[in-house]
Design a protein around this ligand. Structure first.
Ligand code: C2E
Ligand code: MG
Ligand code: MG
Length: 411
């Protein structure tokens, strides 16, 4: 039996009512409204309660509804009841409806709150051009928080609150510094440092990722101009940046302005480039490689791409995802994956970077397996630019603020 304390409170409106009134005139529109309310009364069951709220809105308490499935049955019946047009003097007038629902355990005492929620769901349905929606508190809070974060992020770009931290990439055999990966950090006005895990995913769903990436690319290239010729910098690039040529022009302009050799810039992309709009993205990458820029496939092994894609990939380097590297000494399967990726990449003349190298034992094993470059906490975490440069003796140290050149834990 359906529990009686599960109810749905709904608001149903006649959409486009004003337009209908303008088109049909007041008297004919009155007939349309009558038809609208009549059909709703035919829709509800005897145990439900309903009320006409105003000229175009109807409120209903659907009693004893325990599951979403039951609501779906009710709404599909509602759709069927309005599928046929209303005939006015032989002419069809379609009745478009919109509804919002919310759960309520005690609608007799909480009707006002329930109606407010149903009204929010109705608005969501209207915005998404759906017939109905259901009030979902988490969804609304999440959407509102995401919007707030996005607005703060847009301001952060303008105010220069973003910074690039640098994590060293180390030659597996010689233990020398080959370059760094630039990783974004957000320094807020209240002196907090927010890691990318808390804002990149949201940024990547919106346009703000474009100015953020363009800034990161320019900033990294400007840094390269100050660093010795043999060092590279890798910048992370979200897939949608490869849907048009704007990134390529930003890259080209910055390389020209700063007089940096293209081979010193590495663009890190993920396997997501192989899912949608593959051809466009591949072409963009191929164009940049013609210019001499290097492309690296980040987080390799975590996506769903197949080996046939691998064959045609326009990349110079594969980064094995840290999740395999971290456990490779305890987990035979992870070890096998790491080994197989190194061999496969070398057969395609690609370099291999292992990320997430957390111990000297793992670093040693990766070297033995032929991995080319290592990156991970065993060497350094991502460092603020000044600290990175001082630690690795990259820019001439300021005599007033001299710091020793960093030694690696494995020598
Ligand atoms: P990613 O590109 O795969 O970067 C590597 C992440 O692994 C970094 O996290 C780094 O700090 C972390 N890491 C490095 N070594 C170790 C290790 O030994 N152990 C562990 N547990 N972690 C390690 P971070 O800086 O928090 O960045 C997270 C992700 O955010 C990056 O993953 C990248 O996907 C994204 N991201 C960072 N900066 C940018 C950016 O400028 N643009 C875009 N689109 N994404 C970015
Ligand atoms: Mg990366
Ligand atoms: Mg990665």
């Amino acid at each position: 039996m359906t529990p009686s304390n599960h109810n749905m409170v709904g608001l149903v409106e006649l959409a486009d009512a004003e337009e209908l009134l303008d088109r049909l005139g007041r008297s004919s529109f009155g007939d349309v409204q009558q038809a609208f309310f009549q059909r709703l009364q035919d829709w509800v069951r005897p145990r439900d309660e309903w009320k006409r709220l105003d000229d175009n809105r109807f409120c209903v308490i659907l009693r004893g509804m325990a599951t979403r499935g039951e609501l779906e049955l009710a709404t599909s019946k509602l759709e069927r009841m309005f599928a046929e047009p209303h005939y006015q003097f032989g002419r069809p007038v379609s009745l478009t409806i919109r509804a919002g629902f919310t759960e309520s355990s005690d609608p007799d005492n909480d009707l006002e709150l329930a109606l407010r929620r149903a009204s929010m769901a109705l608005r969501q349905a209207r915005d998404a051009a759906r017939i109905y929606d259901v009030y979902a508190p988490q969804k609304t809070v999440q959407a509102a928080e995401e919007q707030k974060l996005l607005e703060r992020l847009e301001t952060a770009v303008d105010l220069g609150e973003l910074q690039l931290y640098y994590q060293p990439k180390i030659h597996a055999s010689y233990q020398s510094l080959v370059g760094a990966e630039a990783l974004m950090r957000w320094h807020t006005r209240d002196k907090k440092v927010i890691p990318p895990g808390q804002f990149i995913a949201v940024a990547e769903c919106h346009d703000v990722i474009r100015p953020m990436t363009f800034w990161a690319v320019k900033s990294a290239i400007a840094r390269l101009a100050l660093w010795p010729e043999e060092l590279t910098i890798a910048v992370n690039i979200a897939p949608q940046l490869l849907l048009d040529g704007q990134l390529a022009s930003v890259v080209n302009d910055a390389l020209d302005i700063y007089g940096v050799s293209p081979a010193r810039l590495v663009l890190e992309v993920t396997e997501r480039i192989m899912v949608d709009n593959q051809t466009t993205m591949m072409e963009q990458l191929a164009d940049m490689r013609v210019r001499g820029v290097k492309v690296s496939l980040d987080d390799f092994g975590t996506g769903f791409s197949s080996l046939s894609y691998f064959r045609d990939l326009p990349v110079d380097e594969i980064k094995i995802d840290g999740s395999f590297v971290m456990k490779m000494l305890e987990c035979g399967k992870d070890h096998a994956i790491v080994k197989a990726v190194i061999d496969l990449a070398h057969n395609f003349s690609m370099k291999v970077v292992a990320e997430g190298v957390e111990s000297t034992e793992i670093a040693e094993r990766l070297k033995d397996l032929g991995c080319d470059i290592l990156q991970g906490y065993v060497f350094d975490r991502p460092l603020e630019v000044g600290t990175f440069e001082a630690s690795y003796g990259i820019v001439k140290p300021n005599p007033r603020n001299q710091q020793p050149v960093r030694n690696h834990p494995i020598n």
